[in-house]
Design a protein around this ligand. Structure first.
Ligand SMILES: [Zn+2]
Length: 202
């Protein structure tokens, strides 16, 4: 990453290593109203000695399309059930994380049998919940690495809004501009607890 990019995106923290820099960069791809919230979790995790790594922030419709094709018309395993437009990532409202140690990334599958690491993973999940995010760890289709905050929308609301934007090249900017004008606020923990089944889309 260039020095210039580093300076322009960091929100109140100095990256200590490449993993930090990449994570911070990815957090900064999220909806502007979620960046501070995600950074608070990231900083809190780090201050507790939890090495959290952000695997995905915003994912373009093109990337989603490619991912959707795996295990269908591309060889490999199915990695997502969500067509483009049906993942919180497409709107910058979802984030995937994992942990790392000694430059090795640990997925949930790697660590869930190890109490020490599982506790740390769950602490990150709960920190996101304290910030009002919905966590895939609680979902019936279990996505322990996935957290999202649809900011009061259902997934279908988001799909409809996306379809209404005329400018296909700048649709994400257009949606964010709309949110700004409408003064959309992120959900409080009270309104997200209990879970909106519509949001069970990773
Ligand atoms: Zn995800």
């Amino acid at each position: 990453m260039s020095k210039k990019a580093k300076r322009s995106i960091v929100t109140g923290v100095t990256p200590v290593d490449t993993y930090d820099s990449i994570s911070i960069k990815r957090i900064n791809t999220l909806h502007p109203q979620l960046v501070d919230s995600a950074m608070r979790v990231f900083n809190k995790a780090r201050s507790k000695g939890i090495p959290m790594y952000v695997m995905w922030g915003t994912r373009s419709m093109g990337d989603q399309q490619v991912m959707y094709r795996y295990g269908r018309d591309l060889p490999g395993k199915i990695i997502t059930n969500n067509r483009p437009g049906y993942s919180a990532h497409n709107y910058g409202l979802g984030l995937d994380f994992c942990l790392y140690w000694n430059k090795v990334l640990f997925t949930w599958e790697d660590i869930y049998e190890r109490w020490y690491w599982r506790q740390r993973w769950l602490k990150v999940v709960f920190m996101f919940e304290e910030e009002g995010w919905d966590t895939g760890w609680r979902w019936t289709n279990f996505e322990p690495y996935h957290v999202q905050n649809l900011m009061g929308n259902t997934m279908l609301d988001l799909v409809r809004k996306y379809e209404q934007v005329k400018d296909r090249n700048n649709w994400l900017e257009a949606l964010r501009e709309q949110d700004k004008n409408q003064g959309v606020h992120i959900q409080s923990p009270e309104t997200t607890r209990g879970g909106d089944r519509d949001s069970e889309l990773g």
